[in-house]
Design a protein around this ligand. Structure first.
Ligand SMILES: [Zn+2]
Length: 74
């Protein structure tokens, strides 16, 4: 027959091992999460080429870059 103290002792060991395992797993997850995912800010915002002044064609209403040759298709 198991004595009460033995049961208590076994339960204590189980709890200690369980808690230790939980801490171990948590530490592993944190350390593995910290390593990657730090390169997100490497990408700088690509500055778009400054749009040239657009001129509206008086004939067809199409906006075209100033100075560029424009042919009215319609
Ligand atoms: Zn036009």
């Amino acid at each position: 027959m198991l004595s009460f103290s033995k049961i208590l002792f076994t339960a204590l060991i189980i709890v200690v091992v369980w808690q230790g395992f939980k801490l171990f797993n948590r530490g592993k997850q944190v350390s593995s999460n910290e390593q990657p995912k730090q390169t997100g800010r490497e990408k700088k915002k690509q500055t778009k080429p400054i749009a040239h002044e657009l001129e509206k064609c008086p004939h067809c209403g199409v906006y075209h870059a100033e100075g560029n040759a424009h042919r009215c298709d319609t």
